[in-house]
Design a protein around this ligand. Structure first.
Ligand code: NAD
Length: 291
């Protein structure tokens, strides 16, 4: 079994980005600037945003955190987005999800300037991705492609089962892996909450991307020998033995599934850090598009 080490790989990518940023500086070009909007004080969201901002400064980027209270109205948030859309100093920005219930997520994502949409969630970028045109790829699926590529995991002609059809992970992952691209050309099955014969499907899979958000859902009896496992899930489970009171669990029962797998991502240290590295990669691309 080979561990698909997202932590080490993402550090390599971040170093590659930092070298490019250094070169931009030498050439007298302004460094990339990423902004993040956080609404409310959800613990996980705050952790993710903090990690993203920290990664920016490590790579030599400028970063700005727009920290808004939970009771921010949709109108106020749209105003903040417009400010970032028109600020020439900002190359790219993200709106951390989930948003409080009183705010229409779709409306907010539609308001982001597609040229600054480094999360790749705007319909224009989703459309471009679907049509194989250059665009910002959503960071999590982009990170998974990069991880598979760097570990030389063959995808061409393989059967991939993606569990989950969310707009940010499952759906784009299934599209990208089925496309004619270096890490692609796979035959993809998308499974979701209404899928009736999931185990039958996963037992046929060469590669499984588990993105459903149910801790330790995928067990050893559901996979074949030599399978490649990408575990996207991150759930906080109460654990009084931990200092912070919780542990992170993936969607895969790692201890049993890893015994059958050829390649597997751990949680934490797999897909999560790759997501942040790809956000930086998209922001660097946005900065290059600007100059
Ligand atoms: P989501 O809740 O939006 O979607 C879950 C999907 O799983 C749905 O499409 C649903 O149909 C499917 N599903 C639910 N129960 C199922 C079942 N029993 N069988 C088959 N399919 C089922 O989730 P999401 O936003 O895609 O996130 C999924 C998980 O990935 C979460 O744990 C989330 O925290 C994590 N996540 C991690 C990263 C990262 O960077 N590592 C990024 C995004 C999301």
């Amino acid at each position: 079994m080979i561990l698909l080490d997202g932590k080490t790989t993402s550090n390599q990518i971040k170093e590659e980005i930092a070298i490019e940023v250094l070169q931009l500086k030498k050439d007298g070009i302004r460094v990339p600037h990423l902004a993040a909007i956080l609404v409310g004080s959800d613990g996980a969201s705050m952790t993710y945003v903090t990690a993203k901002v920290k990664a920016c400064s490590k790579a030599g980027f400028e970063s700005t955190l727009v920290d808004l209270p939970e009771n921010t109205t949709e109108e106020q948030l749209l105003k903040e987005i417009e400010t970032l859309n028109t600020n020439p100093e900002i190359d790219g920005f993200i709106v951390q999800l989930p948003l409080p219930k009183h705010i229409d997520e779709q409306k907010v994502l539609m308001a982001v300037n597609p040229d600054k949409d480094v999360d790749g969630f705007h319909p224009i970028n989703v459309g471009k991705m679907t049509l194989d045109l250059p665009s910002f790829l959503p960071a999590t699926p982009f990170g998974i492609l990069e991880l598979l590529e760097r570990y030389n995991v063959e995808t061409s002609g393989k059967h991939v089962v993606v569990i989950g059809r969310s707009h940010i992970v499952g759906r784009p992952m299934s599209i990208l892996l089925s496309q004619k691209r270096t890490t692609g050309n796979a035959t993809v099955t998308v499974a979701h909450s209404r899928t009736q014969n999931l185990k039958e499907l996963t037992l046929q899979a060469d590669i499984i991307v588990a993105a459903l958000g149910i801790p330790e859902f995928l067990t050893a009896d559901m996979v074949k020998e030599e399978v490649t496992i990408i575990d996207v899930g991150i759930t906080r489970l109460k654990d009084d033995t931990k200092k912070n009171g919780y542990r992170l669990a993936g969607d895969v029962h790692f201890d049993s599934v890893s015994k059958k797998a050829a390649f597997i991502t751990p949680v934490p240290g797999g897909v999560g850090p790759m997501t942040i590295a790809m956000l930086l990669k998209n922001t660097l691309l946005a900065a290059k598009n600007r100059s």
